[in-house]
Design a binder for this molecule. Structure first.
Ligand code: NAP
Length: 377
């Protein structure tokens, strides 16, 4: 480990100490490089230049003490410690592939029957993150040929106003899917509003009627919630067998964990759900061939939780402080990627794993809604 910066035969390194910043992609080695040569000699100057160049390209920092011929370096040696054996399940590439398939299908549909699918989005209030999600959804719709309709209401609008817009979209045949961007302002009853979306246009799949059908044998939901649907799609497209396998879902929220567990069960996995009150989640998770995490706790699932060869789908998107990033934070999953990727056989990264699949599944649900509405299946 200590020879990484030996750029000249005159340089020696000593006093190394390794330190990791918790579960992250980087491990640092603090070391000192000392050059045994006169400060004006070519060897000294060459070594000095090489150390500065190395530091600038490798995210390392260096404190120079030229009068003593010494450089104290904090070397970032990510490359040495992040060797992973797991296959990366690439959600970004898979989502792109799916969007291209959807665009091709919509183009054919338009040509043969003149039908253009429509998605309506209702945004209430001024939350920047919600506005960004809505903008991204609109862009994704346009890129595949789905017409988008948007209503943006003020933060202090009434619940009745939102319900009236939903009712108008329910009656509009050009609109095949309706999405109410969550969260809603606190003075509104989210359940009343989501229940008002008719089941045939519930492309988010959050209606109790859709979830109820998902939970029942021999019943088919009209729509499956987009994020868990994206998780299962990734397993399918990467050829991961589900039938008869042990699966653990960590998290039981209505929008991710619970429907993910129902979907795995429909595919004949034996499913255990781990939540905040579960005793010894580590031992339970270690029994799983397939792990889906939707918790919201950065790096909670460590390598020791993973059975060798398991497949890991990490839904979590958690910002953690990182002053080396221009925005001051980076996104990590619920799973400690560095550790788990050495033990699992396949794993989704964060970002670039489940995230891009969510919008792709929304487009897929909207296309299904249009096909169903026009009997094109
Ligand atoms: P949520 O509604 O807060 O649910 C979190 C779940 O995790 C709960 O069921 C909770 O258990 C469980 N939990 C919390 N702490 C735990 C612990 N220490 N041990 C075991 N279980 C624990 O969150 P969510 O909406 O499902 O989202 C989860 C994560 O997924 C977040 O990071 C979110 O940003 C991300 N997400 C990503 C996408 C995407 O497109 N990729 C979409 C949605 C969400 P209890 O039920 O006992 O409280």
């Amino acid at each position: 480990m200590a020879s990484a910066a030996a750029t000249s035969s005159t340089a020696t390194m000593f006093g190394s100490a390794a330190a990791s910043d918790g579960c992250s992609r980087r491990v640092f080695v603090t070391t000192t490089v000392q050059v045994r040569a006169s400060q004006s000699s070519p060897a000294f100057l060459r070594t000095s230049r090489a150390i500065k160049t190395y530091a600038s390209c490798s995210n390392s920092s260096v404190v120079n003490e030229p009068q003593l011929g010494r450089w104290h370096m904090k070397l970032s040696i990510a490359a040495l410690v992040t060797e992973a054996s797991a296959k990366v399940i690439d959600g970004k590439a898979t989502a792109k592939e799916i969007r291209e398939e959807i665009a091709a299908e919509i183009s054919k549909m338009k040509e043969s029957s003149g039908v253009v699918p429509g998605l309506a989005v209702i945004l209430v209030g001024e939350r920047k993150d919600s506005a960004t999600y809505v903008r991204n959804k609109k862009k994704a719709c346009e890129a595949v040929g789905i017409k988008s309709y948007e209503v943006h209401l003020a933060e202090d609008c009434s619940e009745q106003e939102v319900l009236e817009h939903i009712s108008a979209f329910n009656d509009d045949p050009a609109v095949n899917g309706i999405l109410v961007q969550l969260p809603l302002p606190s003075h509104m009853n989210e359940q009343n509003i989501l229940n008002a979306v008719c089941i045939e246009k519930d492309v988010d799949g959050f209606s109790p009627l859709n979830i109820g059908r998902l939970a029942m044998r021999d019943r088919e939901p009209l729509f499956v919630p987009c994020t868990p649907k994206g998780c299962i799609e990734l397993l399918h497209r990467y050829g991961v067998p589900i039938k008869g396998k042990r699966a653990v879902v960590i998290g039981r929220s209505n929008i991710v964990g619970m429907p993910a567990a129902l979907l795995l069960q429909r595919e004949d996995a034996t499913v255990t759900v781990v939540h905040s009150r579960t005793k010894n989640p580590e031992a339970i998770t270690r029994e799983a061939d397939i792990v889906i995490t939707a918790v919201g706790q950065p790096n909670m699932v460590r390598g020791s939780w993973i059975k060798p060869g398991a497949v890991v789908i990490d839904v979590g998107i958690n910002p953690v402080e990182d002053t080396s990033c221009s925005r001051g934070y980076r996104l990590v999953g619920d799973v400690c990627y560095e550790e788990a990727s050495k033990i699992a056989s396949a794993i989704t990264p964060v970002p670039g794993g489940v995230g891009p699949m969510t919008i792709a599944m929304l487009l897929s649900n909207t296309l299904s809604a249009a096909k169903r509405a026009y009997n094109l299946e």
